[in-house]
Design a protein around this ligand. Structure first.
Ligand SMILES: Nc1nc2c(c(=O)[nH]1)N[C@H]1C(S)=C(S)[C@@H](COP(=O)(O)OP(=O)(O)OC[C@H]3O[C@@H](n4cnc5c(=O)[nH]c(N)nc54)[C@H](O)[C@@H]3O)O[C@H]1N2
Ligand SMILES: Nc1nc2c(c(=O)[nH]1)N[C@H]1C(S)=C(S)[C@@H](COP(=O)(O)OP(=O)(O)OC[C@H]3O[C@@H](n4cnc5c(=O)[nH]c(N)nc54)[C@H](O)[C@@H]3O)O[C@H]1N2
Ligand SMILES: [Mo]
Length: 761
């Protein structure tokens, strides 16, 4: 498909990937960007409050905050996320009067994001050429009217992105369920769904089992399918601490990512000069989607070592007392097909043995991962296989060891805890019934992909997005645009403009909300909200800046206002009281969600509190038989026909998901544009292409061609047979019908493509 700005993209390839991340350029870049967007006073007021005990939670990633915080406990990319929100630019009614919808549709994502904060509720009437201001009351009444016109509440979709606070998320799912639907898709469906699914099955809880202290105490850390130098920069500090205490780090990635190779800590004088700390002791350059074969092979070689010296590699007592499935796993590993492993992983047995020796020699092993593992067809199986590695060696449920899925959005984990999920279990729904006095629907709702299908097929007519950018974050862009455009009403609760405001239903509303950085004043006084990080720490977040406009409402107030307009009164549902004072809502959350007892009191403690996690806390497993489950995962990998490449879609250093901060990717040597495809030099030679060529990326899934035009070829040291290009430009290539088994996550890290010389058409 043709995309806005594709002809103007001037991507340059400036040199090989950098070996180190962070350091002076990191902080300097952050300060420069912040000063430009916010000015000096706002920069000081925001950045110094970031991640402090009485400050606000960084809207960047979900990495936890340490107990001893640095004065500047933020990273370059956290600073960029804050500057993006605290910008002084405004998209006000004059702006919308100047720019028609057709004009906005021609603009790039980068341009849309730079228009600044939305100041007023805006309405696109049927057939209108421009958005026009609307009052909050009229907006709520319009949504209520459209919801009441539905044949069934399941004709509405309530999407959530992971920045939403616990309070807003809880109110939002409660509203959807009181209305009568479980259609609560979220960004997690496209993100860590596979981690939750796999871990719930094998250890009885879908969340990571390590704390920040565990990471610092580990002696062996595998970082698999993750680029922390860009996406979780503060994680590098923890890795550096572990490293200084003697830990060995293994990076598993098709790309030699800068942050994994060396780290310069911008918080320390020693990080400012010199070459920084080498991080990875071993770099396994796995092929895209080669992790299941890799971990199966690792487990096979651990088994061989255990057989050679019984009791030295496996944790026999733990396996016997607390795990099931060992005989089946051993039998399966014994039948492992080595040529298939080497072909699919791109790794030799010697390389795999180096990693095996580190794991076998370690006392405290942690495996961290992110999107490189979760966005494949076999992701659930891959993560179960990683759990096998840790269970066999007794590395779950003891200090310094465990599973560490590193979450993305800053409150994506909390939103799930609050019930944002299309498949919440009966126990949760029973508590909603008991506490609020209505019968919630029991049938599972639509996840993200099913929601797109429902809009496409004309069974869902109203779409509400609580944050996020559904139009471009989701797969199969053309199909999604068509689906959204078939609806009667699209509603976006947003801070800034994005594609989802331009690709609309017959009518559209933009409901502008407060961001994390801003003061939240309600009738009951100044409010705090809470979030849960990747390691289950729940804490308060207080914004301090004056709101970007007096017409903004908080997300919680928006949900409460909508609920009052759309629902018949129910005694237990006290929307006005909750809007006035969020602590009243927290009292209800404490009754519904396990682990939140005394919620209001415990967020007063510095740093908040940590939710219970049975494997981490007591080495117990809340599975049906109270055991941890070793699993048998048949070896699978994506078949790539000759002349084709396996494309992964990833983030540059200058973006936050679909928000494009700037057009550079400093660590990877890319500048001034985003339409690049990175391919190994040997593959380029074999395919008859060279660095600088302009090509189309063409997908062939199920015989249907999907095309993204005009990408500059970059010769890059990625694994053979693979390619990498940026999300969301390439989402048009991700087939809607290609999803993870057991997760439903679009397979945005394994798309078979061919390169075709670009022809002007
Ligand atoms: N600055 C910034 N921070 C962010 C975000 C952002 O966009 N910008 N996004 C946030 C969100 S929502 C998320 S989910 C996280 C994402 O954090 P990441 O998962 O680090 O993000 P990606 O850029 O998708 O990087 C995927 C990594 O996996 C590797 N990879 C790809 N395929 C494979 C594979 O098959 N096997 C292996 N072993 N590796 C593979 C890629 O080379 C890359 O290093 O970051 C969060 N933090
Ligand atoms: N091809 C491909 N597709 C992917 C991925 C990939 O790696 N490859 N990654 C997937 C992943 S991991 C994720 S998490 C999803 C992300 O999907 P989303 O969460 O839907 O997308 P974002 O780009 O994070 O959303 C950005 C928008 O959120 C709004 N916003 C920002 N802050 C706030 C706030 O405080 N409140 C509200 N209400 N709105 C706010 C702004 O309007 C901004 O434009 O994308 C997925 N899609
Ligand atoms: Mo994510």
């Amino acid at each position: 498909m043709k995309q806005p700005g594709q002809e103007e993209d001037r991507a340059e390839h400036t040199g090989p990937p950098k070996e180190w991340a962070a350091g002076i350029p990191g902080v300097a870049v952050a300060m420069e960007l912040s000063l430009r967007q916010m000015g000096p006073a706002r920069t000081a007021r925001t950045l110094l409050r970031l991640n402090q005990v009485h400050g606000f939670d960084c809207p960047g990633c979900a990495w936890p905050d340490p107990q001893d915080r640095a004065v500047a406990e933020f990273c370059e990319n956290g600073a960029k996320a804050v500057a993006e929100e605290a910008t002084t630019a405004r998209a006000d009614p004059t702006f919308f009067a100047r720019h028609s919808l057709a004009d906005l549709a021609e603009r790039t994502d980068h341009w849309l994001g730079k228009t600044g904060r939305i100041t007023h509720p805006m309405h696109l009437a049927p057939g209108a050429s421009h958005y026009a201001p609307i009052t909050w009351e009229a907006a709520f009444a319009l949504i209520a009217e459209e919801l009441h016109a539905l044949e069934t509440p399941d004709g509405a979709i309530f999407y959530t992105s992971g920045r939403t606070s616990n309070e807003a998320a809880f109110a939002y799912q409660l509203f959807a369920r009181a209305l009568g639907t479980n259609n609560l898709p979220d960004c997690s469906n496209m993100c860590h769904e596979a981690s939750g699914a796999a871990l719930t099955e094998v250890i009885g809880i879908g969340k990571g089992s390590v704390s920040l202290e565990d990471v610092e105490q580990a002696d062996t850390i595998l970082v698999v399918g993750q680029n922390p130098g860009t996406n979780h920069p503060r994680m590098l500090t923890a890795l550096e601490t572990a490293k200084r205490a003697g830990a060995r780090i293994v990076a598993v990635n098709p790309l030699p990512e800068a942050g994994l190779m060396r780290f310069k800590n911008p918080q320390k004088p020693s990080g400012v000069v010199g070459r920084g700390t080498p991080l990875a002791d071993l770099f396994l350059q796995v092929r895209v989607n080669g992790d299941l074969p890799l971990f199966k092979a690792l487990n096979k070689r651990l088994l061989d070592a255990e057989r050679g010296a019984p009791g030295t590699v496996f944790d026999r007592a733990f396996l016997e007392e607390q795990c099931v499935g060992l005989p089946e796993l051993e039998a399966e590993l014994d039948a492992l097909d080595w040529p298939a492993v080497e072909a699919a992983s791109g790794l030799t047995r010697a390389e795999i043995d180096q990693a095996r020796d580190l794991i076998a020699g370690g006392e405290r092993v942690i495996v961290c991962w992110a999107m490189g593992l979760t966005q494949h067809k076999n992701s659930v199986a891959t993560i179960r296989e990683i759990a096998n590695t840790l269970l066999l060696t007794g590395n779950i449920g003891k200090p310094g060891a465990g599973v560490c899925p590193v979450r993305g959005h800053s409150n994506v984990q909390g939103d799930r805890t609050m019930g944002i999920w299309e498949q919440m279990d009966d126990a949760f729904l029973d508590r909603l019934r008991d506490v609020f006095g209505f019968e919630p629907p029991r049938e599972h709702g639509h996840d993200t992909v099913a929601a797109i299908r429902a809009m496409r097929d004309g069974t869902a007519h109203v779409f509400v997005g609580m944050g996020g950018n559904f139009a471009t974050a989701t797969p199969d862009t053309e199909a999604v645009f068509a689906a959204l455009q078939r609806t009667r009403l699209t509603v976006q609760v947003s801070t800034k403009l994005n594609r989802s405001h331009v690709v609309t239903g017959e009518q559209a509303l933009i409901l502008p909300c407060l961001g994390r950085t801003e003061r939240d004043e309600q009738a009951g006084g100044e409010q705090v909200v809470t979030v849960e990080d990747s390691m289950m720490d729940v804490h308060a977040s207080r914004g301090r800046l004056a709101p970007a406009s007096p017409h903004l409402k908080s997300e919680t107030a928006i949900v409460c206002g909508l609920a009052r307009a759309a629902l018949a009164p129910v005694d237990g549902l006290r929307w006005q009281a909750w809007e006035d004072d969020y602590s009243m809502l927290r009292d209800r959350i404490a009754e519904v969600v396990p682990g939140f007892e005394d919620f209001n009191a415990r967020i007063e403690q510095p740093g908040g509190f940590t939710l219970p996690h049975p494997p981490r806390d007591t080495r117990t497993f809340a599975t049906p038989d109270q055991k941890a489950h070793l699993s048998v995962n048949p070896l699978t990998s994506v078949a790539v026909p000759p002349g084709r490449l396996l494309l992964q879609t990833l983030r540059s250093h200058d973006q936050y998901n679909t928000t494009i901060y700037a057009l550079n990717d400093r660590y990877r040597g890319i500048k001034a544009g985003r339409r690049v495809v990175m391919v190994a030099p040997e593959d380029l030679a074999a395919l008859g292409h060279a660095d600088g060529d302009v090509v189309d990326l063409v997908g062939e899934h199920d015989g249907v061609e999907r095309r993204c035009e005009r990408f500059r070829v970059v010769s890059y040291p990625t694994a053979r047979g693979c390619a990498a290009a940026y999300y969301p430009e390439t989402n048009a290539l991700v087939p809607l019908d290609s999803v993870g088994e057991g997760s439903g996550t679009p397979t945005s890290k394994s798309i078979v493509i061919r390169l075709e010389p670009h022809a002007e058409r």
